[in-house]
Design a protein around this ligand. Sequence first.
Ligand code: ADP
Ligand code: MG
Length: 249
Amino acid sequence: MLRLDGLNKFFGGLPALQDVCMSVPAGQLTALIGPNGAGKSTLINCMTGVLSPTSGSIRFMDQEIAGLPAHRITRLGIHRTFQNLRLFPRLSVLDNVLTGLTREGGESMFMAMLRLPYLRHRERRLRLRALEAMDQFGLADKAGWPAGVLAYGDKKRVELARAIVGRPKLLLLDEPVAGLNAEETAAVGEQLRNLRRAGHTILLVEHDMDLVMNIADLVVVLDSGCCIATGTADEVRRNPLVLEAYLGR
Ligand code: ADP
Ligand code: MG
């Protein structure tokens, strides 16, 4: 579904990504792991148009997307969460999740006046979809709460619900369990497994190797901006380069 070829990203003169080649197969959960500073967030930011790669190719379903602006990439069906929370604290949980559907809006005022009954019907349909997405992450009973008052773990789940509500073709998750306790991490792990079972294509970024080991179909390891290993969880776990990247410093 997604293929990167020879991707480079420099900040000033410093390389954050060097000649990265990797694929994300359709219908699978791919994990991108690596120590802090390896370049994982930079990679996701290049895939989603938040950053423009210095050189190289990113093909999404046979279309070149490297350097496209973020809103165009979102519209093609790549949705994401951010490593640091990006919610609207005063908006309700429901409204936060609904912002994941904005690309489906865009009616002009004139069209809106002409098609009011149609719009009302559509609004109901979208709210229903948002409620379904919240339900998948155990948030349905908090729909009316301002997002700002939620516990940290619930905020992370609101981000997940917002990322899936638009039914993305590819879902990119940047450390969705960072800062969660063991119990919350296990719950999110199970929810990610459910998404995978429902047919979602997921790229999960995580620096904790243990979490991804029982949920990933494929694991890609990044270290100092370079892709150092690709394989099943067991293959990667036994790879001496990976052990060195994690333990050797
Ligand atoms: P990870 O997500 O794997 O922890 P990052 O992609 O955040 O790693 O960072 C990779 C490297 O790029 C780090 O050395 C970081 O300091 C650097 N970096 C990331 N973003 C920027 C930026 N906007 N400007 C300069 N350097 C950056
Ligand atoms: Mg990161």
